[in-house]
Design a binder for this molecule. Structure first.
Ligand SMILES: CC(C)(COP(=O)(O)OP(=O)(O)OC[C@H]1O[C@@H](n2cnc3c(N)ncnc32)[C@H](O)[C@@H]1OP(=O)(O)O)[C@@H](O)C(=O)NCCC(=O)NCCS
Length: 165
């Protein structure tokens, strides 16, 4: 009788392999724009902006991919001589949320900032974005300041930062 392989064991969140994270390049442009358009209604990055960031020394576009599909993106900005890097955007594709993709991208952004000798990673987050607030607060980010009307649609932001040791 042919041997039938057992069905794969159900995996716990912690047992999931970390997604592969790498710097994005021009072949990823379509997927970057498509994810941006799926997830954000305001303050979207355009194709031209992504293209510029892909080519820029002061920007780093990190992506998580699995089986050729884009799972998530982190965009970090650097300024020459500055010790503060800025996490401008972090997004996980809706179907990939809750699997550790956002946390892995955040860690990769921190590693990249450390590698460029930055001492701090800073970001803005909507005051009503519970998932993102929890992500940052559980990963060592502290609240700096409240910024009313920060976003295009008039909603407020919190600024957070983390010292990178
Ligand atoms: C915020 C976002 C990036 C999180 O990505 P994700 O891949 O689902 O997050 P992870 O699975 O890595 O979870 C990391 C942590 O985030 C927090 N978190 C994630 N989803 C959450 C939810 N629905 N409710 C509460 N906390 C949540 C938890 O602290 C979690 O850590 P834990 O698993 O150790 O408890 C994702 O929800 C997203 O893309 N949202 C839309 C875009 C956005 O708001 N980006 C942030 C802009 S500042």
């Amino acid at each position: 009788m042919p041997r039938v392989p057992p069905p794969p064991a159900p995996q716990h969140h912690d047992a999931l392999p970390s997604p592969r994270i790498r710097r994005a390049d021009a072949v990823d442009l379509d997927a970057l724009v498509a994810l941006e358009e799926r997830v954000f209604r305001h303050d979207r990055l355009s194709r031209a902006q992504f293209r510029r960031h892909l080519d820029s020394d002061s920007a780093l576009v990190l992506i998580a991919k699995e089986d050729g599909r884009l799972l998530g993106v982190a965009l970090v900005f650097f300024r020459r001589g500055a010790q503060v890097a800025r996490l401008y955007s972090l997004v996980t594709a809706p179907e990939a949320r809750g699997r550790g993709v956002g946390a892995a991208l955040l860690e990769a952004a921190e590693r990249a900032a450390r590698a460029r000798r930055c001492r701090t990673l800073r970001l803005e987050v909507r005051t009503d974005n519970r998932a993102a607030l929890r992500l940052y607060e559980t990963r060592g980010y502290r609240h700096l300041v409240h910024r009313p009307g920060y976003y295009e649609d008039g909603s407020d932001a919190h600024r957070y930062e983390k010292p990178l040791r």
